[in-house]
Write a protein of this length. Structure first.
Length: 556
């Protein structure tokens, strides 16, 4: 028992150091000081701060002590929670979501209580259609999101699993661009064998992300702060090679113990599955609130005294958490309100300007291929499955539809068509009215189609490699192909695959270039012949897979 106590105390000691380094990154100190002085002015206690700095303590006017010294009044503060936001503009024909509307809600909350923190519980830099496009010659990769979040006034985020979809260098750029704090309780940056926290870099200054975050909430009357501490936890599946995922429960527990020692209120900002958040709540029972993400539907659960909340993805709703801390009893009350974000809420003009700029970039990109991107081209009566866990593991109706479109775009009839499931980036299902924009969302990379003649033996090898790629992006989606699992044989157009015969197939650019895992042999050296659209021929549907899909759906 004695040993355990010592260990905890040691950890708490470390915490104090970490917080001292971690909580006030540049350029926050100036802001923080300004805010402190602003509030303290009312309480006439800025003197102690200024005095402390100038070495002349207690010299406020006639030397009297501050009027309001003791903090006995309740201190109230508000947290605005979002999670899993991939789209900055409203969705569903403009009826739901939209970051400019969230900004309006935030402005209203600021008027109600200046003690406001705006947070996002992970998953925002990826995936999105905009993120896959290019701007100023470089892939956008979440830049639109960070710029919007900066303008909105987000203060604190947790890492979500999708933050690591983008390349290491791209994430570094997003970190450097962000004005908000990132909480990295159980994620470390892995470079070779070295492990260190992720960092932000500006003007040559490296600022390492903290494991805990402490928000000082000032009492208007006394000018004194209470401390609200945050820990995080990220699910450790979906591994990226430049990230080291520590155990979310262990690291959150360490952070919690540190914060319990130094803070008045302790809160979790996590990105876990709901059942994991519940387990965490049971483990860390004095947590007041866990604001989570990953699930895309809103929820409110209670485990013991811990409240767990998740908002709907893409800011279709946000949570507003209103806290009151009572210094005399050291207790906290919490009222959580789920606020729908819809077209009853006006846009904040600053954020709207940024969203519009990026929407324009998206429109210009799509209109290079389509005159009328918002025209309804097809109505899906059953959900078309473009979820990652589906398209990388079995044949889906959306995968079949895309490969049938590819076959239909051929200059002369082909025996079959296939492409890598990983080129579907929708991670969602399409239902109801479908537009070219949806097809862009499903196939953001686009690229030409290739009609290839190849020996049956090469075709068989390619299809088998596709099966071995089950679970990853190199799993193939196909048309006119059948695999008879019991016999481990293939049928092409209903007939057994003949290894000596030459087949004509249609495929996409990624496969044609031999870029896919286990499919590097699938290249021009092993083809009998091949053809594609001539460059600049806008009438040839083989010019871009999305043109082929839209044309196919229009007549279907
Ligand atoms: Zn997630």
């Amino acid at each position: 028992m004695k040993n355990t106590t010592t260990t905890i105390q040691e950890k708490m000691g470390n915490a104090a150091v970490k917080q001292a380094i971690g909580i006030t990154p540049a350029p926050y100190p100036i802001l923080a000081l300004g805010l402190f002085c602003f509030m303290s002015f009312f309480a006439q206690s800025c003197a102690s701060l200024l005095g402390g700095m100038g070495g002349d303590q207690g010299s406020w006017d006639d030397g009297q002590a501050p009027v309001y010294d003791e903090m006995t009044n309740p201190v109230s503060f508000t947290i605005l929670q979002m999670n899993d936001v991939y789209e900055i503009a409203p969705l569903e024909k403009g009826t739901v979501g939209g970051m400019a509307r969230v900004a309006t809600i935030r402005n209203r909350l600021l008027e109600e209580n200046y003690n406001l923190l705006t947070v996002l519980a992970g998953d925002f830099v990826s995936p999105s259609l905009l993120g896959t496009l290019k701007y100023e010659g470089r892939p956008i990769k979440g830049r639109q999101m960070v710029e919007t979040m900066n303008a909105l006034g987000v203060n604190l985020v947790a890492f979500g699993n999708h933050e690591f979809d983008i390349k290491e260098q791209e994430l570094q750029e997003r970190l450097n661009e962000s004005y908000f704090e990132w909480l990295g309780t159980n994620v470390l940056h892995q470079t070779g064998k070295k492990l260190e926290p992720f960092y932000k870099e500006s003007y040559g200054y490296k600022y390492y992300l903290p494991e805990t975050y402490v928000w000082e909430v000032f009492d208007y009357m006394s000018g004194k702060p209470i401390k609200v501490g945050f820990y995080s936890a990220l699910l450790n599946d979906n591994q990226a090679d430049y990230v080291y995922y520590e155990d979310p429960y262990q690291e959150a527990t360490k952070a919690y113990l540190e914060l319990m020692n130094s803070c008045d209120v302790v809160i979790g900002l996590t990105h876990l599955e709901l059942n994991q958040d519940m387990k965490l709540a049971a483990l860390l029972p004095k947590t007041k609130l866990i604001m989570g993400g990953h699930e895309h539907e809103n929820s409110l659960d209670t485990i013991g005294n811990v409240v767990i909340t998740k908002a709907d993805a893409n800011a279709k709703t946000v949570w507003v958490h209103r806290f009151t801390y009572f210094p005399e009893t050291k207790t906290t009350s919490l009222e959580s309100e789920l606020v729908p974000i819809n077209n009853d809420i006006a846009d904040d003009s600053t954020v709207e300007g940024i969203v519009d700029k990026w929407q324009q970039i998206q429109r210009e990109s799509i209109s290079q291929l389509f005159d009328n991107p918002d025209e309804v081209i097809y109505t899906a009566n059953v959900p078309l499955d473009g979820r990652e866990k589906s398209v990388r593991n079995f044949q889906t109706n959306l995968g079949g539809l895309i490969s049938a479109s590819m076959a239909a775009a051929a200059s002369k009839p082909v025996d079959a068509a296939f492409f890598n499931g990983g080129s579907i980036r929708l991670d969602d299902q399409l239902l109801g009215n479908i537009t070219a924009v949806d097809i862009f969302r499903a196939l953001p990379f686009g690229g030409p189609l290739y009609e290839v003649e190849l020996k049956g033996s090469v075709l068989k090898k390619a299809l088998e490699a596709g099966l071995e790629n089950k679970g990853i992006g190199g799993y193939l989606q196909w048309h006119n192909i059948e695999y008879i699992e019991a016999a481990k044989t293939w049928k092409i157009g209903g007939k057994p695959l003949n290894e000596g015969k030459v087949y004509r197939i249609m495929t996409n650019e990624y496969l044609f270039l031999g870029k896919e895992a286990r499919l590097d042999f699938f290249n021009q050296k092993n083809f009998v012949k091949w053809e594609t659209a001539r460059k600049g021929d806008t009438n040839d549907l083989r010019g871009d897979v999305r043109k082929a899909v839209v044309a196919y759906l229009k007549v279907k």
